[in-house]
Design a protein around this ligand. Structure first.
Ligand SMILES: NC(=O)c1ccc[n+]([C@@H]2O[C@H](COP(=O)([O-])OP(=O)(O)OC[C@H]3O[C@@H](n4cnc5c(N)ncnc54)[C@H](OP(=O)(O)O)[C@@H]3O)[C@@H](O)[C@H]2O)c1
Length: 304
């Protein structure tokens, strides 16, 4: 695949201090780009920053922020803007798994808050910085959701239904599909693409700290983070990524973008999800200014 030059490019990896995000960040660093990593744990972040520097990054920075809350998103955005006003790629791979229903500091169900709403908020806040690069690329690291699964917009927090882990994770995945589909619709004309790279079971350090049965299954069936990161890297480096805009790559072993609009997700549902997310964030002090090209377009952030 023909690649674009990355010597003067800057990339942000939210959840890039471990696992698939870190594997992708190192590959991008190898091409001489500048990299900013976002995560919570300082020791892990600093070790990851060292690894990215050793891989060849031109410049490396690390920002500590818990993006599962509106205040944490605002903190991350501040750190990212202090690093660069033009960014060529924004990768989302932050994940924490809880085997019991857990909530974020803002009171959202954890998978919803971290694996969906944080991505929505960061993309909305940083779309101007992405556009300012002239070719900004958003990549969600995701998972394949069962076809036909529709999130319950009346009960996104699993308060009326019984919570269980897999439905919560899958609901956040489909919300991400709807977000990327709607972003492709709303951001037509901006030099920004948004895509989802699905991965399967991946032997990350965190996964290997899970319960014994997770470790047993992963030891047998999971792949290395570098393998799961391959499509993420392709989406960031391809000379032209427009054909992957608003698309999902289901198979991590092949670069085969499927337009989300062809998967019969309802356009009205995608619009409603967008508006609902906007409202939830507004209630928590995050609102977004209209997009202006040339950077400085993003969020008017008022951390709670
Ligand atoms: N691994 C798999 O088997 C698998 C399978 C399917 C899909 N996926 C998808 O792949 C993506 C990456 O997974 P992974 O296995 O690479 O994850 P991972 O190894 O557990 O790494 C997660 C990263 O996210 C950061 N993080 C966690 N919570 C955060 C928060 N609240 N705010 C900011 N950063 C946070 C972690 O650092 P700190 O803890 O220091 O914050 C770490 O850098 C996820 O989106 C997941 O849905 C993974």
């Amino acid at each position: 695949m023909k690649e674009r030059g990355l010597q003067d490019a800057s990339f942000v990896f939210v959840g890039g201090s471990a696992g698939i995000g870190l594997a992708a960040a190192r590959e991008i660093a190898r091409r001489g780009a500048s990299v900013l990593l976002v995560g919570r744990d300082r020791a892990r972040g600093e070790a990851a920053a060292r690894a990215v520097r050793e891989a060849g990054a031109r410049e490396v920075a690390w920002v500590s922020a818990d993006v599962s809350s509106a205040a944490g998103v605002a903190q991350a955005v501040e750190g990212i803007r202090a690093f660069r006003r033009a960014i060529h790629g924004l990768v989302h791979s932050a994940m924490t798994v809880s085997f019991r229903r857990a909530t974020t500091a803002d009171g959202f169900e954890l998978a919803f808050g971290l694996q969906y709403l944080a991505r929505y908020a960061l993309n909305r806040a940083l779309v101007g910085e992405l556009a300012a690069s002239g070719d900004g690329r958003i990549v969600h690291v995701g998972a394949k959701a069962p076809s036909g699964l529709v999130p319950d917009l009346e009960d996104l927090q699993f308060e009326r239904r019984r919570w269980s882990l897999l439905p919560a994770l899958m609901s956040s995945q489909v919300l991400g599909y709807l977000h990327v589909q709607e972003a492709a619709e709303r951001w037509q004309g901006l030099p920004v693409t948004a895509s989802i790279a699905c991965v399967g079971m991946t032997k990350t350090e965190n996964a290997m700290k899970g319960p014994w049965w997770v470790r047993a299954v992963y030891s047998l069936a999971a792949v290395r983070p570098e393998q799961s990161a391959e499509n993420v890297v392709r989406l960031l480096t391809a000379a032209d990524a427009r054909h992957a805009h608003g698309a999902v790559l289901f198979d991590p072993r092949r670069f085969n973008p499927t337009p989300l609009s062809s998967l019969s997700y309802d356009a009205a549902l995608a619009r409603r999800t967008w508006e609902l997310s906007e409202g939830l964030l507004r209630e928590r002090g995050l609102s977004f200014a209209p997009i202006r090209q040339g950077g400085d377009a993003g969020a008017a952030l008022t951390p709670p």
